[in-house]
Design a protein around this ligand. Structure first.
Ligand code: MTE
Ligand code: MO
Length: 472
């Protein structure tokens, strides 16, 4: 057998672009795939996401790769092998509260490592209707708790001191499993566009703080009824409309304060609202980053209320006292600053407004003359299904209607629509691609960011604009 030179992972990581050569690893083999990049059937942009690192995490996402001929093809590009001491990852340092966080997919764009906050690259976000679990955006405020599923108990407190303590097995067996395909979006999605108007406080999310999964679990309604909560919500003389259901996570800060949030009791008890205590995500148990073993999923509502690593559920006459319910995730007038802000005066964000964004092409890209394909997503809160997406190539002067992709659960408006527009583009043109969505209530997106600017950078849903040039 031929002897190959040995490389470290750090050396491989230096080869990420065609000008530095594109290297990847598979097992302990090192390949120079520079010449293959343009030939990649999935497109050069997709294979470049793996440049400088291992192929396995990417191949695991897309089943087309698990074929013998793909490995065969790769063999021609082998240039080396990993050094023997590169086999195992370095040991984690102790004393770091984040040392127990789980491993993550290398394609994620990391906005903050500790706590971990990351979004999928736009080109992968709209590759599939259901976001693969490994690519689903992650929004953690605190370290990921390590939960032992055998000893896990969910505490459910009804009114009048009645309480339930449910093991994972009891949650699965006592309540029928209900499944919902729902999009989760962080209130801060597209915040970076808002900071370009004026700086805001918060993580600089691009367009990827949104993802879609098929969630499975017990209905929160069923669990609350089992805990003795009475369903008075249809009764206009009852005062249950003003009550709330408060959630607490098992993740806590250095002082022991857990993450928490609440939703109105009326939504929690509504069969149509389909609020879940989810233990499954796309057919597998919840990944640690997404709330293992149990999380709340509130369809149509801002991600912040879908509490992960759920420790307790409590019915209460008041909203959650948590910082994240009271002092964050609220919208304000553009003139409000950190000296004048009164968090008590604004309602907590629940249902989100209509949203859309372009995932392909990317801003500043040079696209080929001929037929251009524009791709993106569109979604609205409250179950208000998207009915139309308009796309302009000239900054909003003229418009065409995009084609909406198939939606598996039409009529239950919890999930996004993926959309596409094909249009001929002339060589040398400068395009200002714009998209805007319309929901079932004919809500539309604002045309610019400045009038919806707010100090926390939430609810950023202006028309998405992507300037590109067409090559000659
Ligand atoms: N739940 C707990 N326990 N801790 C958290 O930090 N983040 C919230 C919510 N639930 C959070 C949480 C926020 S702000 C969002 S947007 C969603 O989880 C993100 O869910 P994901 O990480 O599964 O995408
Ligand atoms: Mo969020």
């Amino acid at each position: 057998a031929p002897r190959y030179p040995r490389y470290t992972r750090a050396e491989v990581a230096q080869h990420r672009t065609p000008s530095e050569r594109v290297w990847v690893t598979y097992g302990t083999d090192v390949f120079d795939v520079t010449e293959f990049v343009e030939l990649h059937p999935g497109g050069p942009d997709k294979i470049l996401l793996a440049a400088g690192g291992a192929l396995e995490p990417f191949w695991a996402l897309y089943a087309v790769h698990s074929q013998a001929h793909v490995l065969e093809l790769l063999r021609d590009y082998k240039v080396g092998e990993l050094s023997p001491d590169e086999a195992s990852p370095p040991p984690g340092d102790t004393g770091d509260p984040f040392a127990g966080d789980p491993p993550r997919h290398p394609a994620l764009r990391v906005n903050s490592l500790k706590p971990f906050n990351a979004e999928p690259p736009p080109e992968l976000l709209t590759q599939s209707f259901l976001t693969p679990n490994e690519l689903f955006f992650t929004r953690n405020h605190l370290p990921v708790p390590a939960v032992e599923p055998g000893s896990y108990r969910l505490r459910v407190e009804g009114p009048g001191g009645r309480a339930l303590s449910l093991s994972l097995a009891e949650l699965r067996q006592r309540f029928p499993k209900h499944e919902v395909t729902a999009t989760l979006q962080c209130a801060g999605n597209r915040r970076s566009e808002m900071s370009r108007v004026r700086p805001v406080k918060g993580l600089a999310w691009d367009i990827g703080a949104i993802s879609t999964a098929r969630w499975g679990g017990a209905r929160l309604r069923d669990v609350l009824l089992a805990a003795g909560v009475r369903d008075n919500t249809g009764d206009s003389t009852g005062d249950d409309n003003e009550w709330h259901v408060c959630f607490e996570g098992l993740d806590a800060d250095a002082s022991g304060t857990p993450y928490g949030a609440s939703i109105p009791l009326k939504r929690a008890l509504s069969a149509e609202a389909e609020v879940l205590l989810a233990y499954e995500m796309n057919g597998t148990e919840l990944p640690r980053d997404h709330g293992f073993p149990v999380r709340v999923v509130v369809p149509g509502v801002v991600g912040a209320r879908s509490v992960k690593w759920l420790r307790s559920v409590a019915v209460s006459p008041a909203e959650s006292p948590s910082h994240w319910q009271q002092k964050d995730y609220k919208g304000f007038c553009p003139s409000v600053d950190w000296d004048s802000v009164d968090f008590g005066a604004a309602p907590a964000i629940q249902e989100l407004p209509v949203q859309s964004a372009i995932t392909e092409p990317r801003p500043g890209a040079a696209v080929a003359a001929g037929e251009l394909t524009v791709k993106g997503y569109a979604w609205s809160g409250g179950g208000r299904e998207v009915v139309r997406v308009d796309v302009s190539l000239d900054g909003g002067r003229t418009w065409r209607e995009a084609e909406l992709g198939p939606r598996p659960e039409r009529g239950r408006g919890w999930a996004w629509a993926l959309w596409e527009l094909r249009a001929p583009v002339p060589a040398g043109a400068r395009l200002d691609i714009v998209c805007k969505a319309v929901d079932r209530s004919y809500n539309v997106q604002p045309d610019s960011v400045a009038p919806i600017w707010n100090l926390r950078g939430v609810l950023s849903n202006a028309w998405h604009r992507v300037p590109v040039t067409v090559t000659r």
